[in-house]
Design a protein around this ligand. Structure first.
Ligand SMILES: [Ca+2]
Ligand SMILES: [Ca+2]
Length: 299
């Protein structure tokens, strides 16, 4: 097989395995058109690179490159500004630095610790790798590849705020209430925008820790706020609201509500009611009634 046929055969196999290399195809075709110069070196192109564009990256990301056999070292860079500046994988050094792998025995790969590097969270990244040989005796660039545009790094849990109405006696989320229903409202946010919150869960448990009948409630995060009416059980009610983002990171807020059923106030005809203590009244039938009247707590 002639070198040109061999090159296109190899290209076909690469493309069938990695159809996303659209830019690579265009550039290779351009090179092929100039093959008369004898500079066509299809076998020296970087063959594969992961992760793929469009993936959400979190925590430790393995960047794995498949390179031609004559590769002697590979340099890894990331850019948080669409290629304007390139940094090493620690992000701690000046632009145009790189992380280098010169050990082929474990493959051409590096761990990018996105949660601990010095680079910003919640933005789209590009990854660039370059493969080098060590011929003549100076190293020559074998090939370069990039992935990015839609690679978003997310190590930040969503933020979440909730409120309860009517307000409980001891604070915004704790204390007694005297109505059988409360309205739970909340708002949330996530980097780079709240669209990355994928869902809200409301868990409502009784004082034994068991779910109440309509719990848990799953709310799709189609808007940036939510509101639900929850029916209280007499006694203690434990409520936990959790927001989850695309990366699986979560934030929770909890409330502890003690629902007290108000005691009924007895309407007494012809009597003056004084709240608290033991009182007596003479009713029209001349009987004398004594009772201990408690002030309903909600009044
Ligand atoms: Ca290696
Ligand atoms: Ca997030």
């Amino acid at each position: 097989m002639k070198i040109r046929e061999r090159a296109f055969d190899q290209l076909a196999r690469v493309v069938s395995r990695s159809p996303w290399i659209v830019l690579g195809i265009a550039s290779l075709v351009t090179v092929a058109a100039g093959a008369a110069s004898g500079t066509l070196r299809m076998e020296t192109r970087i063959l594969d690179l992961v992760p793929r564009d469009g993936q959400l990256l979190t925590a430790d990301v393995l960047i794995d490159v498949t390179c031609p056999d004559d590769t002697r070292f590979v340099r890894f860079q990331v850019s948080p500004d669409d290629g304007a500046n390139w940094y090493n994988l620690e992000g701690t050094q000046s632009p145009n630095d790189y992380t280098e792998d010169s050990d082929a025995s474990d493959g051409w790969s590096q761990i990018w610790s996105t949660a601990t590097d010095a680079l910003p969270d919640g933005v789209a990244y590009r990854i660039r790798v370059t493969a080098w040989d060590e011929q003549n005796p100076v190293a020559h660039l074998i090939g370069e590849d990039q992935v990015g545009g839609g690679l978003v790094v997310d190590n930040t849990p969503p933020s979440l705020e909730i409120a309860i109405a009517p307000r409980p006696t001891d604070g915004p989320l704790t204390g007694e209430v005297f109505q059988p229903e409360i309205t739970l409202t909340g708002s949330f946010f996530d980097l780079p925008d709240s669209a990355r919150v994928v869902g809200i869960t409301i868990e409502h448990r009784n004082e034994n820790g068991d779910y109440v009948s309509d719990s848990p409630i799953h709310i799709p995060a189609t808007e940036f706020t939510f509101s639900r009416v929850l029916r209280m059980l007499e006694g203690r009610n434990y409520i936990v609201v959790t927001a989850t983002d695309e990366a699986g990171l979560t934030s929770s807020e909890s409330a502890e509500i003690h629902y007290l059923v108000p005691e009924e106030a007895y309407p007494i005809f012809g009597a003056v009611i004084v709240w608290g203590g033991i009182h007596s009244s003479v009713l029209p039938d001349q009987t004398v009634h004594c009772m201990n009247i408690h002030r309903p707590s909600r009044l």
